[in-house]
Design a protein around this ligand. Sequence first.
Ligand SMILES: [Zn+2]
Length: 129
Amino acid sequence: MLSVILMPVAAIHVLSYLTRDIYANFDPLAIGRVLLPRNDFQGLLRKELFYIDQAKTQHDPCGWSEFWELRQKSVMGLLAKTKIDLSELRLPPDKRDRSAAACCPLCYAEYRSGFNRCSDCSINLKPYE
Ligand SMILES: [Zn+2]
């Protein structure tokens, strides 16, 4: 705030000074539920669940398993409150390109045959059936 008082030019950013901590203690998913369109929010949930699943299956030398259990419980609670079905989130997307053979389960990018990993997410693709 001192910089705003001493430098009038900095007053342009006064709003960011006043609001930068406004969501500091909120869960990003809870904010996403309020601010994002439903499809974007579901994408955010899908990614969060994917990362939780990944973290829970990996070797855990630092003892994060309790955190991931609580995180999963929190996300499941949010799913229940928002009436979003978990199986709906795990469904593959509708095929947009006829030549697509697989899609990324996270970003839903489609790939032709011969590709095994998403170039953006670096995860294995799910083949269309
Ligand atoms: Zn991807």
